[in-house]
Write a protein that binds this ligand. Sequence first.
Ligand code: C2E
Ligand code: MG
Ligand code: MG
Ligand code: MG
Length: 272
Amino acid sequence: KAKAAGRNGIRFFDPQMQVAVSLRASLEQDLHDAIRLKQFVLFYQKQVDLRGEIIGVEVLLRWIHPTKGLVSPAQFIPLAEESGLIIPIGKWALHAACETLAQWACEPAKSHLTIAVNISVVQFREKNIVLTVLDALASTGAPAQRLKLEITESLLASNFQEVKTKMLELQQHGISFSIDDFGTGYSSLLYLKQLPLNQLKIDQSFVQDILSSPNDRAIAQAIITLAAAMKLNVIAEGVETQEQRALLELLGCEAYQGYLYGKPCALEELFL
Ligand code: C2E
Ligand code: MG
Ligand code: MG
Ligand code: MG
């Protein structure tokens, strides 16, 4: 098989690859029209405290494709990032999330809940990102203090000063920041003390085998200890079992998100 691929591993007229390429192209074409055709929906996943009480949600984008059905973000987010379509798509998601936030602000039982929105590196590097976020808040009337942006370590790998300036500006408006998938990127820990951060999010890859893997447990412990020392809060993602939750609690984790508390779902189902 390696031989067929040629010396550099480059395959030219591989029919299987041809199919993959044209599938991608057609998916990208469809992605162009997806906002206008209202094919995106936001799903919501609970985040809970030690008592299991909801403290907020993370919004997760879903694309309902007319013929392919539900397309997962793992498939279309990379495509959207490469094509630049993540800019309008991300803007839509931010606006939709802020609409919900504004609605919750009027309901006493929900007014304390935060909404976390994923922001990709491509989006955050865009020069108008600060304005885009502030616009979403202003046009919906959502409280900035309840909006959290999830960024990843890869954002911090270059143009650090520019990223920092944008983050500080957003922080001044009351917006908070969480580092998503913490510990899976290639960044230095130096940035932790230089940026206006509020939360570290323990990646699900460390949670999954936390009961059986001493290494994963040690990493989770290190993240929790680091967060406490830096006065950041910490949340574990991908929590699926009571045993995982109990161990995370023992290690000092105070917030949890995962199938144990609910899969991402439509807004109407969130409080059922
Ligand atoms: P993420 O932000 O790290 O989100 C966590 C992913 O884990 C979500 O996948 C969620 O559905 C899944 N998950 C939650 N709890 C569990 C659990 O207990 N077990 C397991 N196995 N999985 C769990 P999803 O929704 O497919 O999203 C994948 C990624 O796509 C997200 O990772 C995020 O990076 C990106 N994404 C999703 N929505 C948006 C968006 O609106 N904007 C941007 N820029 N990226 C998004
Ligand atoms: Mg996230
Ligand atoms: Mg994550
Ligand atoms: Mg992840």
